[in-house]
Ligand binder design. Structure first.
Ligand SMILES: Nc1ncnc2c1ncn2[C@@H]1O[C@H](COP(=O)(O)OP(=O)(O)OP(=O)(O)O)[C@@H](O)[C@H]1O
Length: 757
């Protein structure tokens, strides 16, 4: 072993020893906290908080173990030295020695000091002499790659990497596991600038397939959590992805970067209490997603606020029939609407006016002076009649009939059951549904409904206030007791001298209200967990992947979750299923932030080799010659393979070709139209027909839509002629190595030319 390798190995061993100590300490602290058996609620609460905090720390320290150290930067000039040091090791997290100064031994990749590791070039060396990539297997250093950045420096280590891309290429060529990995060792400069962009405002990141949009979005989440820890740990970061399989695919990246406090969700999961297990047709989802649905719902709510056609007779329990005429109800409705409160919150205003009018009617009837003089009832009698009306079940039934209290679920269910009259007939027919589970496209409708209805939480708030008062009283009692015991002691000793006045009692340092508040901090869940259960949660930052897929209604939902509009949106319009429905970013974002958003592009494809990308580019140009495909960073020398077969032989040939395309290590995806799946499943190993795809299997069967955002070593695209151009573009760009195309029907534009060539 060379001296260079040996010294790195020694360093790495030191870091792992220190990590081990930290892990052990965290585990011990968690265990010790668990064992504490304090008396009383406060003690139990403190114990639970400690157990959870230490537990999270253990998980975070365990998460970063793989490839903990991956880089080193050597500074080139005494003037450039940072904290008197001429070199720093870079890793997944920062680690400090156990010495008095707590000297940093490993620098967090997100720290400013680490930045030149990603940005320095020989043109702009940023004070670096050398950049070193350290490759690990377990705790072993297995390779070093050095780049000389200061060309005047003649020192050589024997590990020089002349092109400076060996580590990147190895990562890109590595066999896929079915789970996305982090790119922390090889973040490229254009990506780094996005990852570390300031966190305020909306940033749109656009780029073709494989340009690292997803990777960048995830690393940005990790960076923001590091740079804005105080704020974001409290308000949480939300990452929105297109479907649960995709979220499973990316789910390990943030834990490997030491971050566990992020909520990953699809839009369909963002209405607590609703599980969207149903499926819409694409056409139905499209109708439900239109911005016009907000108007439809608003109109539907207004129509729940009705007035009687003629006169409504109400049989009061004690006072006989009361009459509610249309005009009175209309006046009450107009007044309630004028409050501009949501439906359920405006409802008491409506009820109040109706009760008032009915009381007046009753007072008139009972107290009228037969000789035309003033009403004969006194204020007490009138008040009693008011009470009689306000507490009458019959009156409340009538009010509920005209202006019912509604839940979002009721409202949306009623609309879907009978949307005729609110939408053009054909659209109404598409979304009409009288039973069945909620779908992902229903969730933004439910959220909109919740906004329109509002929650009448006055009872809950009154209960909370009563509970708070109770706690204050209790705390006051505790404090009084401690105060009493102090004065008793002093009196007993009969020496109220100056010293005694300096003795602090609980009263002096904490008042009852604060003590009560402390008791309230009982919610042990992390911010991400609390956010998941709260429809009105305001996230500190929202990241949306495949943002081009979101409907207008979904945007409304997300914007409500981000009152500060701190968002990173990544997407690729060219991969959008229904490009016609998608407006420009300006039209999507305009209503919320005007033109105040930043727009950046990524142009290098790290996934698809140039041989495959060339083919996909032909498809892209057949859609719109102006669309610019990304540039592949590498080639494999293996051109895509086209296989033409008879329709009857198709399933058997897919089975055979799958055998050929199955890599020794890594994964194969067969991307085929849904209607062929049952037949194909029988010919492919490990495929369970009808089950949700397990991406960690060696062979995965998907349709083009399901393959969005994913990648595999080799890919077989079956019957491309049945796909839309954008879906085909997605399917063709999923391979990191080889692509096969199998077809019995005619090839679509863009591919046919490639075969003849
Ligand atoms: N700097 C990098 N170092 C190593 N690998 C990278 C880098 N950037 C991207 N990659 C890899 O390239 C592949 C594609 O990245 P990613 O999935 O983020 O692209 P994308 O732009 O989201 O693609 P798509 O639009 O097709 O979903 C992934 O395997 C990712 O790890």
């Amino acid at each position: 072993m060379s001296e260079e390798l040996r010294s790195e190995q020694e360093f790495v061993a030191r870091v792992y020893t220190r990590l081990g100590q930290l892990q052990e300490a965290a585990e011990r602290a968690a265990a010790a906290a668990l064992e504490q058996v304090g008396a009383g609620r406060q003690a139990r609460l403190e114990r639970d908080v400690a157990v959870l905090e230490k537990g999270r720390l253990v998980a975070e320290l365990n998460g970063v173990e793989n490839g903990l150290v991956f880089g080193r930067i050597d500074l080139n000039h005494p003037d450039n030295l940072v904290e008197e040091r001429d070199s720093f090791h870079i890793g997944r997290i920062g680690i400090r020695a156990d010495d008095h100064e707590r000297t940093p031994i490993l620098i967090d990749w997100r720290a400013d000091v680490a930045r030149p590791f990603y940005l320095a070039t020989s043109h702009v060396p940023m004070g670096l002499r050398r950049r070193r990539h350290i490759t690990m297997q377990g705790h072993e250093v297995v390779a070093l790659h050095d780049e000389i950045l200061d060309l005047s420096d003649e020192e050589r280590t024997g590990f020089e990497d002349p092109n400076g891309d060996a580590v990147l290429l190895a990562a890109l060529n590595a066999a896929r596991t079915g789970r996305m990995g982090d790119i922390v060792q090889t973040i490229q400069a254009e990506q780094d600038r996005i990852i570390r962009a300031p966190h305020q405002g909306v940033m749109v990141v656009e780029g073709g397939p494989g340009t690292g949009k997803t990777a960048v979005a995830l690393h940005r989440a990790a960076y923001l959590l590091y740079a804005q820890r105080a704020l974001l740990a409290k308000r949480a970061v939300l990452i929105v992805g297109p479907n649960p399989a995709f979220l499973g695919y990316i789910g390990e990246v943030l834990p490997s970067l030491g971050e566990t406090g992020v909520l990953l969700a699809t839009v369909g999961e963002l209405f607590p209490g609703v599980e969207a297990t149903g499926e819409d047709t694409q056409a139905a989802a499209e109708v439900k997603g239109r911005a016009a649905m907000a108007e439809v719902l608003a109109e539907f709510v207004r129509d729940r606020q009705s007035v009687p056609d003629e006169v409504l007779e109400i049989d009061h329990e004690d006072h006989g029939t009361l009459l509610l005429d249309r005009k009175t109800a209309e006046t009450a409705r107009a007044a309630a609407r004028e409050t501009h409160l949501p439906h359920n919150l405006a409802r008491p205003h409506f009820a109040f006016r109706i009760i008032d009018a009915l009381t007046e009617q009753l007072v008139e009837r009972i107290g009228a002076d037969p000789y035309g003089g003033p009403n004969l009832l006194g204020p007490d009698d009138m008040a009693q009649l008011g009470k009689d009306v306000a507490t009458s079940a019959a009156v409340h039934e009538a009010i509920a009939e005209l202006w019912p209290e509604l839940t979002p679920q009721q409202l949306v269910r009623e609309l879907l059951a009978d949307p005729v009259g609110y939408l053009p007939a054909a659209d109404a027919e598409l979304i009409r549904r009288t039973s069945g589970p909620w779908t992902a496209a229903d969730v933004p409708l439910l959220d909109e409904a919740a906004e329109l209805l509002g929650v009448d939480d006055s009872a809950e708030r009154a209960r909370q206030e009563a509970e708070r008062q109770r706690r204050i009283e209790y705390a006051q009692g505790v404090l009084d007791l401690s105060y009493a015991s102090r004065t008793y002691e002093f009196e007993d000793k009969e020496e109220l001298d100056e010293d005694a006045a300096e003795v602090l009692s609980a009263h002096d340092i904490i008042d009852a209200e604060r003590m009560a508040e402390r008791q309230e901090e009982e919610d042990l869940r992390s911010a991400a967990e609390r956010a998941a259960a709260d429809r009105t949660w305001a996230f500190g930052h929202i990241i949306v992947d495949e943002a081009q897929e979101l409907s207008a209604m979904a945007w409304r939902l997300l914007m409500r979750r981000s009152p500060t509009k701190s968002m990173t949106l990544v997407g690729d319009p060219a991969q959008t299923a229904d490009a016609a429905a998608l407006g420009s970013w300006s039209s999507i974002l305009g209503p919320y932030v005007g033109d105040r958003f930043e727009h950046v592009r990524l142009g290098v494809n790290y996934r698809t080799p140039s041989e495959v990308m060339e083919l996909a580019a032909g498809v892209l140009r057949s859609v719109d010659p102006a669309l610019e495909p990304p540039r592949s960073v590498r080639s494999t020398g293996v051109p895509p393979r086209f296989v033409s077969v008879e329709e009857s032989e198709l399933p058997a040939r897919v089975g055979e070709l799958a055998g050929e395309f199955l890599p020794e290590e890594g994964r194969l995806a067969v991307i085929a139209p849904r209607e062929l799946h049952a037949e194909l499943a029988a010919r492919l190993p490990e495929i369970v027909p009808g089950a949700a795809p397990d991406l960690t299997h060696r062979v995965v069967l998907l349709d083009a839509r399901q393959s969005k955002g994913l990648e595999f070593d080799n890919v077989l695209v079956v019957e491309p002629g049945s796909l839309s151009a954008s879906d085909l573009y997605v399917a063709l760009t999923r391979a990191t190595q080889r692509l096969g195309v199998l077809y019995s029907a005619a090839l679509p534009d863009g591919l046919a030319e490639a075969v003849t060539r």
